[in-house]
Design a protein around this ligand. Structure first.
Ligand code: ADP
Length: 481
C-alpha cells in the first residue's frame, strides 16, 4: 500500500470554507480504512490554534528562505480517525481572521509549500505520493522537480494534483518566482509556469504533476473547453491522457440522518416520510416561517457567488412563490446576492428565509427539513450539497453540469426512476420549469415523490467507489507498492 501525503489549504474537522475541506476531512479517512497510510498537511490558521492549540503535538522547527531571509517554521500535528494532520505554523502568515483573500497570498502559500517540502527532510518522512489540492499547493511538484532532483529521496516521490475549482488559480507577479519560491527565471521562458505576464500556481501543478485529477468525469471533460477551462484549457489538453475525473463522496458518518444529533427527529430511509415532517416543522419554527407541514420547502445552501446560479434563482423567485411554497436560503458571499435574498425575505414574510451566515448546524437542519434543494450552478466541479441532500431525502433540483450531471439522474415519470430534477442550459426559464416539474410531482403525485425520497436516501454517496479509483491511480503511479 502506498503512503500518501495530502497537502491542502483547508480540511475538516479543523477548518472549512468550502467543499475542499469536506474532501480533506473524508478522503484520507476513507483511504486509511482501505489500508493506505495517509497524512495531511495544512497551515495552522488562527481558528485552528485558538481551538486546538493544547491538543497539538510539537514535531519540529526549522527555517525556509523567503525574500532572501530565513523565516522560521514550526510543525505541529494531531491524529484524527487514524489520519495524522500536520500543521505549518507561522504567526504572521496564518494567524489571521480569514484563510485566503490577502494581498500577500502568493507569499503566504509560497512559504507554506516550501515549508512542506522541507518538512519531509526534517521529519525524515518520505511518502510515495504527494497529493496536492488546488492552487495553494500547485507549485510543490515544480519546486521538488526543479530544485530537489539530485536528492533520490525527493526524486522517488510521485505527484498527484487535484483541481477542485478552475476559477481559483493562484496567479501572482513574476518576481516571486526567484525571491519567494527559489525557482530559476528560465521557467518563465519555457512556459511551464508563466501565465498572463506572471506565474500561475495552478498551471504549474497541472504541468508538473504525474497525474492530474478533478472531482467529476463531466468537469474533467468540460475544462478542456474554453467555456469552462478558465484560459487553461490548452494546458489541460496537453495533459488530457493523465487527467482523471473522480467524483467526490461525503463522510456518511457525519452526514447521517439516522444518528445526526442536530436534528429534531432522526430518520432512516424507512422512517423518512414520517420523520422529515417533524424536522420540517422544527425548521419552520426556528427560522420564523409559517408552520405548515403541507407547504413544500425548497432549500439553497451555498456560497453566494456568481458560480452558483444565483441570478437564475433571483429571476425565478417571484414566479415560484405561492401560498404552498417556502424557500430557505443559507449562505454568505457577494453583497448583491445577500441583499436580494433579504429583499425577498421581507417581501414574502413567513414564506422566505434569508439566513445570511455560515452555520453548519443550520445547514444540517435545512437538509433534514426541506423537501427539495436547489443547485442551479453556472459550473460545478463536483458539488457536495446535492450529495448531502440526497442522503437526507431532500430531492435535488440541479443544472446538468460537472458533478451535478454525474450524480443526479433526472426523474423519469414513465419508469419511476431518477434522483432529482435537472435542466441543461443556463437559463432562468429552464430552472423555472424544473422547479415546476418538482412542485407538480410533490403536490399531485406524492407517492412517486416519496419513492424518490427513499431512492435518494438509498443511493451510495459515500467514498466507497471513488476511493477505489484513487487507489487504482496511486497503484498506477507506484507499481512497486
Ligand atoms: P463549494 O466548495 O463550491 O463551496 P460544495 O457544494 O462542493 O461547494 O461544498 C459546499 C459545502 O459547504 C457543503 O458541505 C455545504 O453544506 C457547505 N456550506 C455552504 N454554504 C454554507 C453555509 N452558509 N453554512 C453552512 N454550510 C455551508
Amino acid at each position: 500500500m502506498a503512503s500518501i501525503l495530502m497537502v491542502a489549504g483547508e480540511g475538516l474537522p479543523f477548518i472549512k470554507t468550502g467543499g475542499l475541506a469536506d474532501v480533506i476531512g473524508s478522503l484520507p479517512k476513507a483511504l486509511t480504512e482501505r489500508g493506505h497510510e495517509v497524512k495531511v498537511v495544512m497551515p495552522l490558521y488562527k481558528k485552528i490554534s485558538d481551538k486546538y492549540y493544547n491538543e497539538l503535538h510539537f514535531d519540529c522547527e526549522y527555517s525556509v528562505s523567503i525574500n532572501y531571509h530565513e523565516v522560521p517554521v514550526r510543525v505541529f500535528s494531531k491524529v484524527v480517525d487514524n489520519v495524522c494532520f500536520f500543521f505549518i505554523q507561522h504567526q504572521g502568515y496564518f494567524e489571521r481572521d480569514s484563510l485566503y483573500g490577502y494581498q500577500d497570498d502568493g507569499e503566504r502559500f509560497g512559504y507554506f509549500q516550501k515549508a512542506v517540502i522541507e518538512m519531509l527532510n526534517q521529519l525524515n518522512y518520505w511518502p510515495n505520493i504527494i497529493h496536492c489540492h488546488d492552487w495553494h499547493t500547485g507549485m510543490i511538484p515544480c519546486m521538488v522537480k526543479e530544485t530537489h532532483d539530485a536528492d533520490p529521496r525527493y526524486r522517488a516521490i510521485r505527484f498527484v494534483y487535484t483541481i477542485h475549482n478552475m476559477a481559483y488559480q493562484g496567479n501572482f507577479g513574476p518576481e516571486m518566482l526567484d525571491s519567494c519560491l527559489g525557482l530559476p527565471y528560465y521557467l518563465l521562458d519555457n512556459g511551464n509556469v508563466r501565465f498572463d505576464g506572471g506565474i500561475s500556481f495552478m498551471k504549474s501543478g497541472i504541468l508538473y504533476a504525474d497525474k492530474v485529477t478533478t472531482v467529476s468525469p463531466t468537469y474533467a471533460q468540460e475544462i478542456l473547453s474554453p467555456q469552462y477551462g478558465e484560459h487553461l484549457e490548452a494546458v489541460l489538453n496537453m495533459r488530457k491522457y493523465d487527467l482523471w475525473g473522480i467524483v467526490n463522496g461525503i463522510d456518511t458518518d457525519i452526514w447521517n440522518p439516522a444518528t445526526d444529533k442536530l436534528l429534531a427527529s432522526k430518520y432512516d430511509a424507512e422512517s423518512a416520510i414520517k420523520n422529515k415532517k417533524a424536522n420540517k416543522k422544527a425548521l419552520q419554527e426556528s427560522l420564523g416561517l409559517d408552520v405548515d407541514e403541507h407547504k413544500m420547502v425548497i432549500g439553497l445552501i451555498s456560497r453566494l457567488t456568481n458560480q452558483k446560479g444565483l441570478d437564475l434563482v433571483n429571476d425565478v423567485i417571484p414566479g415560484i412563490m405561492d401560498e404552498h411554497t417556502q424557500v430557505v436560503v443559507l449562505g454568505t458571499g457577494d453583497s448583491q446576492y445577500e441583499n436580494t435574498f433579504r429583499y425577498y425575505e421581507n417581501k414574502y414574510k413567513g414564506n422566505f428565509c434569508a439566513y445570511i451566515a455560515y452555520n453548519e448546524n443550520v445547514a444540517h437542519n435545512i437538509y433534514a427539513g426541506c423537501d427539495a434543494l436547489l443547485v442551479p450552478s453556472r459550473f460545478e466541479p463536483c458539488g457536495l450539497t446535492q450529495l448531502i441532500s440526497m442522503r437526507y431525502g431532500a430531492v435535488p433540483i440541479v443544472r446538468e453540469t460537472g458533478g451535478l450531471k454525474d450524480t443526479v439522474q433526472p426523474y423519469n415519470a414513465f419508469e419511476n426512476t431518477g434522483n432529482g430534477f435537472t435542466f441543461d442550459r443556463y437559463e432562468s426559464g429552464l430552472l423555472y420549469d424544473a422547479i415546476n416539474r418538482a412542485k407538480t410531482l410533490y403536490f399531485e403525485n406524492r407517492v412517486y415523490w416519496d419513492d424518490m425520497v427513499v431512492r435518494d436516501m438509498n443511493k451510495d454517496v459515500s467514498w466507497e467507489q471513488s476511493a477505489k479509483q484513487y487507489k487504482d491511480m496511486y497503484v498506477e503511479l507506484t507499481p512497486r507498492y
